[in-house]
Write a protein that binds this ligand. Structure first.
Ligand SMILES: Nc1nc2c(ncn2[C@@H]2O[C@H](COP(=O)(O)OP(=O)(O)OP(=O)(O)O)[C@@H](O)[C@H]2O)c(=O)[nH]1
Ligand SMILES: [Mg+2]
Ligand SMILES: [Zn+2]
Length: 289
């Protein structure tokens, strides 16, 4: 029998098999492969009465750390237009992190019922110029939720973004009545969440979605300086046009990326963010050396 691990608590794993959740233990042998089951894993299980044993973990297509979930295919990056204000740098860092982890990213701006100013408009332009889809929401009223639901089928989606932007509100609306029960359970679990740090996949509309606790800062300086450019999708078409193949698009002459920034084909805010991250990465290296 094969299924997907939707939750793991204290050595027990909960596997969704067809329409049932089966509680399983893991076989010890995975430890030799330094592989222990994690939420998101596709597994084979052996039934022993009502419970089971995980026999096999299928190869993972991806693995994210916070929350620890495998096989995630997509991220819904949530910010609020107000309360709290959009942190542009954090937004860009999350987008780079999505590219690094090979996740499709969709950006949602929630709380559209609150005032929308030129600042949000320019951030929307920036995000769209990098090729990302933008969805506006009034999650509290359920507005825009249907657009998100359309994107969930066949995906394992992670909801991420700062605290208080409305991620859990979105998830509750997506799930509707069905989750109300799950909501009660995960409310209970949420209390333990800070200590156990487990995450749970919720099956909706032919896909899985996982909520995450919000965060306010985020580092991406583990990325190599030479690789950073590949996590800016809007650079891709122009990367061959620099004079030097090793160009980092910083101080080098005849840089195709800088030229595109001058011509307005690459968003200047995104380019400035790229430079800032590059600087952080290079400085970090200096300290280690
Ligand atoms: N005005 C307005 N408030 C909203 C909207 N959606 C959510 N909120 C409110 O924003 C607050 C935070 O919502 P949550 O869903 O808990 O936010 P979260 O992103 O899950 O926060 P963390 O769990 O701390 O990461 C709540 O008071 C919600 O009622 C909206 O569309 N408009
Ligand atoms: Mg929440
Ligand atoms: Zn260049």
């Amino acid at each position: 029998m094969d299924g997907t691990i939707v939750k793991g608590i204290a050595g027990f794993y909960y596997i969704k098999v067809n329409n049932k959740i089966i509680e399983c233990k893991s076989r010890g042998k995975f430890r030799h492969d330094e592989l222990s089951p994690m939420v998101g894993d596709r597994v084979d299980i052996l039934l022993q009465g009502d419970t089971g044993v995980i026999e096999k973990i299928y190869p993972r297509s991806s693995r994210i750390i916070r929350p620890a979930v495998s096989n995630v295919t997509q991220a819904i990056v949530v910010f609020a237009v107000k309360n709290p204000d959009i942190n542009e740098e954090l937004l860009n860092k999350l987008l780079v992190s999505c590219e690094f982890n090979n996740l499709k990213a969709i950006v949602c701006f929630n709380k559209l019922d609150l005032e929308l100013s030129d600042k949000e408009k320019s951030i929307e332009d920036m995000v769209k110029s990098a090729g990302y889809e933008v969805i506006f929401l009034k999650a509290k009223e359920g507005y825009g939720i249907d657009k998100i639901k359309e994107r969930l089928k066949g995906e394992i989606t992670v909801l991420c973004g700062p605290s208080g932007v409305g991620k859990s509100t979105i998830l509750n609306h997506i799930a509707g009545k069905e989750l109300m029960e799950t909501g009660v359970i995960s409310d209970k679990l949420k209390r333990g969440k800070h200590t156990t740090r487990h995450s749970e996949l919720i099956e909706i509309d032919g896909g899985f979605i996982v909520d995450t606790p919000g965060f306010s800062s985020f580092k991406i300086d583990f990325i190599e300086a030479e690789e950073l450019q590949y996590y800016f999708p809007e650079f891709k078409n122009y990367l061959g046009s620099c004079k030097f193949t090793s160009c980092l698009h910083y101080k080098e002459p005849n840089c195709g990326i800088k030229k595109m920034v001058e011509e307005g084909l690459i968003n200047r805010k995104r380019y400035n963010f790229y430079l800032k991250m590059l600087d952080e990465i290079l400085n970090k290296k200096n300290i280690i050396r």
